[in-house]
Design a protein around this ligand. Structure first.
Ligand code: TSB
Ligand code: ZN
Length: 598
C-alpha cells in the first residue's frame, strides 16, 4: 500500500503504523470536512455544527437557513467533493488561542458556541484548512484531500441542534469513505441487502402491518397476515407458559395516577408516559407497564409460602411516549403488547426462578432458530440518585444474585451500567436490527421494591408475614418488536407453523384442473391449514413467481397428471424441485414440519 500520513498536533505520522479502524476513522472524519467544503461552495451561507465519525461512516449537521437537502443535492455534492479531491489541496493544521479563535469565527454562532465552552488550559484549539475552506477541528486528518477518493453520501435527515426539539432543525448528511473502490462497493452492497431485510419493507411487501396519520405516530395497525403471525406467537408462548405453571389474566390498559404514584412510575417513569386524563373524579393514565395491575392481582388473596412461586402472565397492551424521531415500524412503537409476566417468589426461590426464565428464553430462541443475540446484565448507575431508588444494600444484593445465576448457567454476557430499570437490575437480550442501533428483546428483571410499595405479603413456615420478591419478565419482549426481529432474521420466510399462508394451491390450467385444485384447497382448509387457491387467469410461471415473492412456504401445483392420479405435487419455498405424493403423505409432511417447528 502507498505510504500516507496524517496530521495530529503538528506532527506528521505514518499512516501505515496505525490500525485499520483508526485509519478509516481519520479518513471518514476528513471526508466530513470534504463534504462541508462542497456544501459551502454550493450554499455560501451554510453554517456548520458538528461532523463526527460514527459506526457507519460520518455525518455533518449543517444549517442551510431555509434550504433543505434533497436526493438530487446529494449527487451534486458528491460531484463537487470529487472536484475538490482532484484539486488535491494539502490539509494544513493551525493552533490558535481562544481569543484568536473567537475572533476568527466571530460571524459563526455555532463555532462561537463550541469555542466558548472550550477550556484553553485543557484543550489545544486547532483548525484545519484545505484550499478555500477552514473548519474548527481537533483532528487528526489525512494529509491531503486527494487521499479521499472512495466515498459516497448515503442519506440525509433533519436533526435538531444539540438534539433538542426546541432548537432549530439542522440538515444532517450521512456519508462513508473507504480505502478502495472495492471496499466501498462491498459496503454499498451490504447496505442494499440490509435495506431488503428491513422489517418495514418486508412488512409492507407481505401485508403484515400498516400505519395511518389518523391513528398516529408509532401506532401500527396489524393487517390480517400480521395478525395471524401474532396469534401464532401468542398460542405458542401461552402453551409454554401454561406448562410452566403460569396463570394468565386480563387487566385494563389504563390505571389511575394514584396507582402509578404507589408503584413509583409517576416519579421515575413519567417522561415515558402519555399525559393523564380526567374522567369524572378520577385521573387516568394509559399504562406504560403492567406490574402495578399484577401486584394488585397478587394482593387480592392471602398467600402461603406453599403457593409460591406465583406466576401471573398477560398479553398486555401498554402505551409509552417514545420520541417521534425514534418510533420505527413494529420495532419501537407507542402502543405495544408485552408478553409479560410477574413471578412472585420467596428469597430462596430467586435463583431457581431466574434460571427457569433464562432457560425459557434460550428454548424459545432455539425454536425460532435465532442465533444473533447477546445477553446483557443491566445495572444501575450508583451516581444517578434521581432515576434509581436509593438503597445501596438492596441494589448490590440484587445485582450479585443475577451475576451468580449467569455464571452458574455459563451464559456469556456483558455488563451495562445505568441501564437497569428504576426498581432493579435486569438481564436483557440485545439484538441488532437490519437498520439502526441495538434493541432489547427479552428481559428478566429482579425487583425488591414494588412488592414493598404495594405492601404485598405471604405467610412463611412460621406463620409470619414476609414480603415476596418479584421477577418481571417478557420472553418476546413485545409481540411487536419480536415480530420485527423475526421478519428481519428470516427475511420474511417464516417457519410453516407461523406463516400467514401455509399452502398455496395453483391449478396448471383453470379450464381443466380448477375443480380438482378447489377440492384439494377445501380439504386442506377443513383440516385447518391456512390455504390459498390461486385461481386467477394468469400464467403458471407468473403465479409461481408471486408465491416466491410472497414467501409462501409450500406451493401445490396441480395439472393433468395429478387430476388423473388424485395426487399432490408440491414445491417448498427456495427450491425448484417438485415432489409428487398422495394427499395423506402430503398432510403428514406438513404436520411433521409443524410439529418440529421446521
Ligand atoms: C417485563 N415491567 C417490565 C415487564 O414486566 C417491563 O415493562 N420491562 S421493559 O420496560 O423492559 O419492557 C419490556 C419489553 O418491551 C422490552 O424488553 C422490549 O423488548 C419491549 N419494548 C419496550 N419498549 C418498546 C417499544 N417502544 N416498542 C416495542 N417494544 C418495546
Ligand atoms: Zn413488570
Amino acid at each position: 500500500m502507498k505510504k500516507r500520513f496524517f496530521l495530529e498536533k503538528g506532527k506528521v505520522i505514518d499512516m501505515i503504523n496505525i490500525k485499520e479502524n483508526e485509519r478509516l476513522s481519520i479518513m471518514n472524519h476528513s471526508c466530513a470536512h470534504l463534504l462541508a467544503q462542497a456544501v459551502k461552495r454550493l450554499y455560501p451561507n451554510a453554517l456548520f455544527w458538528v461532523g463526527p465519525v460514527i459506526e457507519e461512516g460520518f455525518y455533518y449537521d449543517i444549517d442551510l437557513g431555509d434550504d433543505v437537502i434533497t436526493e438530487e443535492d446529494l449527487s451534486k455534492l458528491e460531484k463537487e467533493m470529487k472536484n475538490i479531491s482532484k484539486d488535491g489541496k494539502r490539509i494544513v493544521r493551525n493552533e490558535l488561542s481562544k481569543s484568536d479563535a473567537l475572533e476568527k469565527f466571530k460571524d459563526d454562532p455555532y463555532k462561537i458556541d463550541l469555542i466558548s465552552r472550550m477550556d484553553e488550559n485543557d484543550t489545544v484549539i486547532s483548525c484545519y484548512t484545505q484550499g478555500d475552506f477552514t473548519d474548527l477541528c481537533r483532528g487528526p486528518h489525512v494529509e491531503s484531500v486527494k487521499e479521499l477518493k472512495h466515498f459516497k453520501l448515503i442519506k440525509f435527515s433533519g436533526a435538531y441542534w444539540k438534539g433538542d426539539a426546541n432548537n432549530k432543525m439542522l440538515q444532517r448528511i450521512y456519508g462513508v469513505c473507504f480505502d478502495s473502490e472495492e471496499d466501498l462497493n462491498n459496503h454499498l452492497k451490504e447496505l442494499e441487502e440490509l435495506k431488503e431485510r428491513d422489517h418495514r419493507k418486508i412488512g409492507k411487501n407481505l401485508d403484515i402491518f400498516m400505519s395511518h396519520d389518523l391513528v398516529g405516530k408509532g401506532m401500527p395497525l396489524w393487517l390480517p397476515n400480521g395478525s395471524i403471525i401474532r396469534k401464532q406467537l401468542e398460542n405458542y408462548i401461552y402453551e409454554k407458559e401454561q406448562k410452566l405453571g403460569y396463570s394468565h389474566v386480563y387487566t385494563p390498559c389504563v390505571g389511575t395516577v394514584d396507582l402509578y404514584k404507589t408503584s413509583g412510575h409517576w416519579d421515575h417513569y413519567k417522561e415515558n408516559m402519555f399525559p393523564s386524563m380526567k374522567v369524572d373524579e378520577e385521573e387516568f393514565v394509559l399504562r406504560p407497564m403492567n406490574c402495578p395491575h399484577h401486584m394488585l392481582v397478587y394482593g387480592n388473596a392471602i398467600h402461603s409460602y406453599k403457593e409460591l412461586p406465583i406466576k401471573i402472565g398477560e398479553f398486555a397492551t401498554d402505551f409509552r411516549y417514545e420520541a417521534s424521531g425514534a418510533v420505527k415500524g413494529l420495532e419501537r412503537v407507542r402502543c405495544m403488547c408485552q408478553n409479560d409476566a410477574h413471578i412472585f417468589v420467596t428469597a430462596d426461590q430467586i435463583k431457581e426462578q431466574f434460571k427457569e426464565v433464562v432457560n425459557l428464553i434460550l428454548d424459545v430462541y432455539k425454536d425460532f432458530g435465532l442465533k444473533n443475540y447477546k445477553f446483557r446484565l443491566s445495572l444501575r448507575d450508583p451516581e444517578d440518585k434521581h432515576k434509581y431508588f436509593d438503597d445501596d444494600e438492596m441494589w448490590n444484593n440484587a445485582e450479585d444474585r443475577l451475576r451468580e445465576v449467569l455464571n452458574e448457567l455459563k451464559v456469556d454476557y456483558t455488563e451495562a451500567i445505568g441501564e437497569a430499570a428504576f426498581y432493579g437490575p435486569k438481564l436483557d437480550v440485545e439484538v441488532k436490527p437490519a437498520v439502526g442501533p441495538e434493541v432489547t428483546l427479552s428481559t428478566c428483571q429482579l425487583d425488591f421494591l414494588l412488592p414493598r410499595r404495594f405492601e404485598l405479603s405471604y405467610i412463611d413456615q412460621n406463620g409470619e408475614k414476609q414480603t415476596p420478591v418479584v421477577l418481571h419478565r417478557a420472553i418476546f419482549g413485545t409481540f411487536d418488536r419480536f415480530t420485527a426481529f423475526l421478519l428481519e432474521e428470516t427475511k420474511g420466510i417464516l417457519p410453516l407453523w407461523c406463516s400467514p399462508v401455509q399452502v398455496n394451491v395453483i391449478p396448471v390450467n383453470n379450464k381443466y384442473h380448477l375443480d380438482y385444485a378447489a377440492s384439494v384447497y377445501d380439504n386442506l382448509k377443513q383440516i385447518g391449514f391456512r390455504t390459498n387457491l390461486d385461481s386467477r387467469e394468469e400464467k403458471l410461471g407468473y403465479k409461481l413467481r408471486e408465491a416466491v415473492v410472497k414467501k409462501i412456504p409450500v406451493t401445490v401445483i396441480l395439472g393433468q397428471n395429478e387430476v388423473d392420479n388424485k395426487s399432490i405435487s408440491y414445491r417448498l419455498h427456495g427450491s425448484e424441485d417438485t415432489t409428487t405424493v398422495t394427499f395423506d403423505e402430503f398432510i403428514n409432511m406438513l404436520n411433521d414440519k409443524i410439529k418440529n417447528r421446521d
